[in-house]
Design a protein around this ligand. Sequence first.
Ligand code: PLP
Length: 362
Amino acid sequence: MSRIYNFSAGPAMLPEAVMDKAREEFINWRGTGMSVMEISHRSSDFVNHVMKPAEKNLRELMQVPENYKILFVTGGASSQFAMVPLNLLGNKKSADYFNTGIWSQKAINEAKRFCVVNIAASSEINGYTMIPSPEQWQLNPDSAYVHYTPNETINGVEFPMIPEIDNVPLVADMSSSILSQPIDVSRFGIIYAGAQKNMGPPGLAIVIIREDLIGYALSHTPTLYNYNTYAAHDSLYNTPNTFAIYMANLVFTWVKEQGGLKKMGQINQRKAQKLYELIDASNGFYRNNIERIARSRMNIVFYLPNDELQQLFLQQSHEAGLAYLKGHKTVGGIRASIYNAMPEEGVDALVSFMKDFMQKRG
Ligand SMILES: *Cc1c(COP(=O)(O)O)cnc(C)c1O
């Protein structure tokens, strides 16, 4: 059976070249006679050929400045919802959060266990279809940090800019947009991301953190929730998710070979544009509810005229080799997730299916 185009929001498609490479060396990695999963995370093989290259490749790709550490943390992005307040609150009592979608909400709910959450801006009453403009933001000068979700994976809404924040660290949950375009890391205190959207298999989070923010965790912080534990031990304090880090490194290498983030950004822009253009030209047959300037480049959410057509669309698209297009249960509709690993031909195939479907049913 050949591979299909998988539009899942995560775990998501991985580049075929990466899968081939992993298969090639699955049971005999670099002539060791072992799988990369079967060797010690402290062995020089693993450290020199996975851990260090993964860090170096990501640093190069994102042009991470010298005064930032890159940490490999087990537990996915959701663990960061607690790690961020535990490590950044210090003697402050509150933190600012943007509420722009379901993932923001989850981060907010977790933060409330540790501090007072000030909602700097919210688009909840708009059904999370836009990003509030800076004139509407109400930042609290006493907050320890400002947290936002640059791309809301479920709602399909994306910040068109990096918020301008003075004095306190800006923290971004970049799970579904990391590596999708060049970004100025120096604007952030912390960038974190679960690997399973744009970097590799699930269960691994990447944390890029400015060094001066490390070392101030609250005293009751569990060891594995303290950034200092990872920084002081090169992310090898306990056994990390070695296979996920290995896969992520293969993805980093692949992205570099594709021409880096500038090139990825251009391709991603083009892929998203093809879908939005068709939606906009469909005379309302396909509808996207997001304010134009805040439309996600990664998760394109749209609706058909009724439930019946939506069901038929999902069924027939699946039969045509276009899988996992069902929208998240909280928002319904169709969602096409088109991260780096989705080839442009996959988007072309979807566009052509949508045109065809509209012609027959519109
Ligand atoms: C997927 C996702 C998460 C959750 O990641 P886990 O690894 O499952 O914890 C958090 N934030 C965003 C923006 C996501 O897309």
